[in-house]
Write a protein of this length. Structure first.
Length: 249
C-alpha cells in the first residue's frame, strides 16, 4: 500500500488531519458539535495554525466538518455514532438560506432586558426573566442582505461577552443544542428603519422568517426574527412522512 502524501499536503498536515478525525470519531466533541478555536486546537494537536488550517480544509473536503464565516467550524456527523440529521446543526442553516454566500456580519447591538410580550410567548419565559437580545446584519460583498434579531433566555447565555455575533454558536459552546426548529415565513412590509438598514425603499417588502429553536425536553432556547431582502432569499425544504406503512396480515 502506498503511503504517498496527496499533492499540496505535507505529512504533518496528514498526521494532524488523522489525529483530529480520530478525536471526532471517538466522541471528543460530541456534546458541542462545535470545534474549539484555532489556538486551542493547534495546542491540542501540537501543530502550527497554518498546518491546522490545512488539516481542517481536508476534513471539510471529506464532509466531516463545515465552516461558517464568523461562526466557526462544526461537525457534520459522528462516524462512530449515528449520522446526525441536518436539523441538529447548531446554526440557523436549516429551513432557509440566503441566495449567495454571506461575506460578513455587522453587529448592531446586544443587550439584556425584560422580554417583550412576543418574546415571552415564544420563549415561554415569565415576564420577570431577562433575555439577551442581539441584532446583526448579514452582508454579501458589503451589501446588506438580511437583518436578524435573536432573543435567548439569560439562563442559557448568562455571559453576554461571548465572541462573535452568533448566539447559536455561543449556545453550542455551552453544550446547548436544539434538536428541532420551527419556522414561519411570510412577506412583510418594512418599517422605515429596517428598510434603511437593508437598503430598500420605505414600505418595501421583505421575507420575514420567525424561527424557534427547541431542545430535546421541549424548551425553547432561542427565538430569531429575520428580515431577508427578496432578491437574496433562496429556500429549500425537506418533508418526511410521520406515518409508517404497515403490512396487513
Amino acid at each position: 500500500m502506498s503511503n504517498a502524501v496527496p499533492p499540496g499536503r505535507s505529512r504533518r498536515t496528514e498526521e494532524a488531519s488523522a489525529a483530529l478525525r480520530r478525536e471526532i470519531e471517538h466522541g471528543r466533541f460530541r456534546e458541542a458539535l462545535h470545534l474549539p478555536g484555532e489556538r486551542q486546537l493547534a495546542e491540542l494537536l501540537h501543530v502550527s495554525r497554518t498546518t491546522l488550517r490545512r488539516a481542517l480544509a481536508g476534513l471539510v473536503g471529506e464532509d466531516l466538518l463545515v465552516q461558517r464565516q464568523g461562526m466557526g467550524t462544526f461537525i457534520t456527523r459522528h462516524r462512530a455514532h449515528t449520522e446526525l440529521p441536518r436539523q441538529c446543526l447548531p446554526y440557523p442553516a436549516d429551513g432557509f438560506e440566503l441566495g449567495a454566500a454571506v461575506t460578513g456580519w455587522r453587529e448592531l447591538g446586544r443587550e439584556v432586558f425584560r422580554p417583550t410580550a412576543e418574546e415571552a410567548m415564544m420563549l415561554a419565559v415569565p415576564p420577570t426573566e431577562s433575555v439577551l437580545r442581539l441584532s446583526r446584519i448579514a452582508l454579501i460583498d458589503e451589501v446588506p442582505a438580511a437583518l436578524e434579531h435573536a432573543a435567548v433566555p439569560s439562563r442559557f447565555l448568562p455571559d453576554t461577552s461571548f465572541p462573535g455575533t452568533v448566539v447559536m454558536a455561543a449556545l453550542a459552546a455551552r453544550g446547548i443544542l436544539p434538536v428541532r426548529t420551527m419556522h414561519r415565513l411570510r412577506i412583510s412590509p418594512l418599517g422605515n428603519s429596517d428598510a434603511d438598514r437593508l437598503g430598500l425603499p420605505p414600505q418595501g417588502l421583505a421575507v420575514s422568517v420567525h424561527s424557534l429553536f427547541l431542545l430535546a425536553d421541549g424548551r425553547c432556547c432561542a427565538f430569531t426574527r429575520s428580515l431577508v431582502r427578496p432578491d437574496r432569499f433562496d429556500a429549500v425544504f425537506e418533508t418526511r412522512s410521520s406515518v409508517r406503512s404497515r403490512e396487513r396480515a
